[in-house]
Design a protein around this ligand. Structure first.
Ligand SMILES: O=C(CO)COP(=O)(O)O
Length: 250
């Protein structure tokens, strides 16, 4: 049976100028031989510089979105091949901020996942319910639908990461209970296994939403949580490092 890899992923969102790369130097100095995978997804403008700075270091670099087409007349967009060319190995797709700000549907995300695979990137596909959906009792229906609709057939444990990010927990300091996280992660694992057979057991399932060094250990103790997708706390090497340490010790 494939065991999911542990992954600490940082999503810098629309934050970071050149000076922010100093945080990467600190992280590399602290985690020379990490026992979990570490991924940083800076804004597109910093991917190339970050990847060069990391060189042979043990931190992977990812994009935060890509276009579904390999090239063409799409002003302002970046293709998966361009991300790979700049040094990325991963790409976050279907983040709730993209779904909300840019109206990205499950169909659109699915096409982007296919494009990521075509370019050799591992997509980190995000799913998550709004507060209204949770209070209305439709959490599992919502994330189940997003999971089914956003991932094309043909995924393997090595070519897919899934992140559960409840919209109401992102940037709010409000974290679901461990029971709530467990319920969704168990459900996602079941769905992936049904769809992908044994490969589904090996897909890394990340939790995202207000993860901090102070709550990371508790979250990583939950079964079927194989890591985190971290926003705000990934911008400071010290904070992200504390989360990496907690994952390594889990
Ligand atoms: O959206 C997130 C990561 O993709 C989570 O953001 P925060 O960690 O800032 O809540």
């Amino acid at each position: 049976m494939t065991t999911p890899r542990k992954l600490a992923a940082g999503n810098w969102k629309m934050n970071g100028l050149e000076a922010q790369l100093a945080e990467v130097d600190t992280l590399m100095a602290t985690h020379t031989t990490p026992v979990c995978d570490i991924l940083l997804c800076p804004p597109a403008t910093l991917i190339d510089r970050m990847a060069r700075r990391i060189g042979d270091g043990k931190i992977a670099v990812g994009g935060q979105d890509c276009h579904a087409a390999p090239s063409g007349a799409h002003t302002g967009d970046v293709s998966a091949a361009m991300l790979a060319d700049a040094g990325a190995t991963h790409v976050i797709l279907g983040h709730s901020e993209r779904r909300a700000d840019h109206g990205e549907s499950d169909d659109a995300v699915r096409d982007k996942v296919a494009a990521a695979w075509e370019a050799g990137l591992v997509p980190v596909v995000c799913v998550g319910e709004t507060l209204e959906q949770r209070e209305g009792g439709s959490t599992l229906a919502v994330v189940g639908g997003q999971l089914q609709g956003s991932i094309p057939d043909g995924a393997t444990a090595a070519t897919l990461v899934v992140a559960y990010e409840p919209v109401w927990a992102i940037g709010t300091g409000r974290v679901p209970t461990t029971e709530q996280i467990a319920e969704v992660h168990d459900f996602l694992r079941d769905r992936l296994s049904q769809r992908m057979g044994g490969e589904g057991n090996g897909v890394s399932l990340l939790y995202g939403g207000s993860v901090k060094p102070s709550n990371a250990a508790e979250i990583f103790a939950v079964e079927n949580v194989n890591g985190a997708l971290v926003g705000g706390a990934s911008l400071k090497a010290g904070d992200f490092s504390g989360i990496i340490d907690a994952l390594e010790q889990s």
